[in-house]
Design a protein around this ligand. Structure first.
Ligand code: CA
Length: 228
């Protein structure tokens, strides 16, 4: 997963949040003012932004509005930090568009739980997508149809399921066992060779875009995230 971006001018808070997020297994990057936070979000497309409301220069509200109005960053979830609970409605409402907020002083553990909850919801949204457009690849999940550069690709139903499974969890490593479980629904002796063979066929059929499916030796497979 891409790192989580913390935008906050108070170094102590950044350190505290960073420590707890790292403990929870996330990678983290930080920015100490609004405009550099915005720039990092555009360049590195974090999995989530933790954004303080009170920042020097460009404040958290404006950063959030800019993120939400740019197609490149629109889908990045934003968790606002605010000292005032009464701001909450406007923060998560239409005015600013953040996904959630936490009021200061906050418990870092609770913050980590909120981050996880937002990311989980995002994952569910993604899994329920009806079609996936990834660069030149279009996967019409409902219509069971795949095309590359608008040219249709013929896949078997297992290859199709495998592609959807990988592409809907792009950026994340999936083991052979989990693929087998989700795509085939069972496991058996020599199963890893079955997965490998289907991956190979899938890559061949995808042509140039086959490179999106990466092999992680001894671990499994991973569909590259869009921004890699
Ligand atoms: Ca601040």
């Amino acid at each position: 997963m891409n790192p989580i971006l913390i935008v906050e001018d108070e170094k102590d808070i950044v350190d505290l949040v960073e420590y707890h997020l790292r403990q929870a297994g996330f990678s983290v990057m930080s920015a100490f003012d609004g405009s550099s936070g915005l720039e990092q979000a555009r360049r590195k497309r974090p999995a989530l932004v933790i954004l303080d409301l009170m920042l020097p220069g460009m404040d958290g509200k404006d950063v959030c509005r800019s993120l939400k109005s740019n197609p490149l960053t629109r889908l990045i979830p934003v968790l606002m930090l605010t000292a005032r609970a009464e701001e909450a409605d406007r923060i998560i409402g239409l005015e600013i568009g953040a996904e959630d907020y936490v009021t200061k002083p906050f418990s870092p553990r609770e913050l980590v739980l909120r981050v996880k909850a937002i990311l989980r919801m995002r994952e569910i949204d993604r899994e329920s997508e009806k079609s996936l457009q990834i660069g030149d690849l279009l996967i019409d999940i409902e219509g069971h149809h795949v095309s590359v550069k608008k040219m249709p690709i013929q896949l078997t139903s297992t290859e199709f399921k495998l592609l959807v499974e990988l592409a809907s969890k792009r950026g994340r490593v999936q083991t052979r066992t989990s693929l087998l479980d989700r795509v085939w629904g069972y496991t058996y002796e020599g199963y890893d060779r079955t997965v490998d063979a289907h991956i190979r066929h899938l890559r061949e059929k995808l042509g140039d875009l086959g490179k999106y499916i990466e092999t992680l030796r001894g671990v499994g497979y991973r569909f590259r995230a869009e921004n890699e």
